[in-house]
Design a protein around this ligand. Structure first.
Ligand code: MHO
Length: 358
């Protein structure tokens, strides 16, 4: 690249105004294998940086210059600046998962731009002073690839713009995540399920405090096809964990349980729900306070509503204090960030909080 082009490229990378239109959040239908979703994931997954020879032979000259020599590829003439498909972006050298299409937005810069990393632990930030300005370089943790820079003029809620080089990345389409060994990210792209009787499976949504534990209560039960943690019951579209934890989105931390009603009934799921949390503490589960931790049943369809009401009445007769569980019709469900999915499994823990007193 000639030097004047490089200066132009870097200046536009820093200065081009944003068009903060988030990429469409329409999610494709589930791709299939019904047993995969509750599979255990490796809690301490690592990636490796191949040796110099292997890196050289694996990468194109441009990929090499960008990842190994901190070059910047030209805007608009790169693979992913205008790509909107659902999937994740991994390091081209090591395969470590870095960004998600759910956080990709059209920055107008000609480089792929994201409002947040998929796995913050895999992103290393470093100040650089190239070209008379201080910028924050972003690199991958294991491969130590140069990826691009992060600026603070991005869209909400993070306000960040991770401006990346396509040459540092490999895109894995949502439909290939399982096959490529990134199955834990597949829930990010599952359809938001408020359409109850669409197929042979149904979904149930429960809020019962910290969603890590809520998910662990259902994941693995016979007849439970898949669990996904997320946010529901409030107003803010597409909220982040940080937003929800501020207790003003109206959302609760919830688990969405996809189940096969021939193998496990909604009533049986409700029995687990009552047993695994304390439905008598308003906006609180153990040490976790705030409306995001409220006890909540979001029913889908009249049959779930009737079953939930009857189940609540039965449970009330067993408890000394009144049940404060909110029952409401399900609205949109927003899957949580990848690192919250099957969190306790990944961290070798069984539950968030001590079990409720019987
Ligand atoms: N007290 C818990 C809450 C996490 S849950 C995902 C913790 O921070 O460990 O809200």
């Amino acid at each position: 690249m000639n030097p004047s082009f490089l200066v132009l490229a870097i200046l536009s990378l820093a200065l081009v105004p944003l068009t903060p239109a988030l990429s469409a959040d329409t999610l494709p239908p589930d791709s299939g294998d019904s047993n995969r979703a509750c599979a255990k994931t490796d809690p301490d997954r690592t990636w490796s940086r191949p040796d110099e020879m292997a890196i050289k032979s694996k990468l194109s000259p441009e990929q090499y210059r960008v990842t190994q020599e901190e070059a910047t590829e030209p805007p608009f003439r790169n693979a992913y600046w205008d790509q909107h498909a659902d999937g994740i972006y991994v390091d081209v050298v090591s395969g470590e998962p870095l960004f998600s299409s759910r956080d990709k937005f059209d920055s107008g810069t000609g480089w792929p731009s994201f409002s947040k990393p998929l796995e913050p632990r895999l992103i290393v930030e470093r100040k650089d002073n190239l070209l008379w300005m201080t910028r924050t370089e972003v690199r991958s943790r294991f491969a130590d690839s140069h990826l691009g820079h992060v600026f603070d003029d991005g869209p909400g809620p993070t306000g960040l713009r991770y401006c990346l080089n396509s040459a540092s990345l490999r895109f894995i389409p949502a439909a290939d995540l399982e096959r490529e060994g990134y199955g834990e990210y597949a829930p990010l792209f599952h359809a938001t399920s408020t359409d109850s009787a669409a197929g042979e499976t149904r979904t149930a949504i429960f809020g019962m405090g910290c969603f890590w534990g809520a998910e662990a209560s259902f994941c693995g039960l016979d007849g439970v096809i898949k669990t996904t943690v997320g946010y529901a019951g409030g107003q803010t579209p597409n909220p982040s964990y940080e937003q929800v934890s501020r207790d003003n989105t109206g959302h609760a931390e919830v688990v969405q349980v996809e189940y096969d009603p021939k193998r496990i009934s909604y009533d049986q799921l409700l029995a687990v729900f009552w047993k695994q949390h304390d439905p008598t503490t308003p906006n609180r589960q153990g040490p976790d306070y705030g409306s995001q931790y409220r006890s909540l049943i979001l029913f889908q369809g009249q049959d779930q509503e009737a079953t939930a009401k009857a189940s609540l009445e039965r449970r009330a007769t067993d408890l000394k204090r009144p049940i404060v569980t909110e029952l409401a019709a399900a609205g949109p469900f927003y899957p949580a960030e990848g690192y919250h999915q099957r969190y306790l499994e990944k961290h070798g823990r069984a539950r968030c909080n001590p079990p409720p007193a019987p």
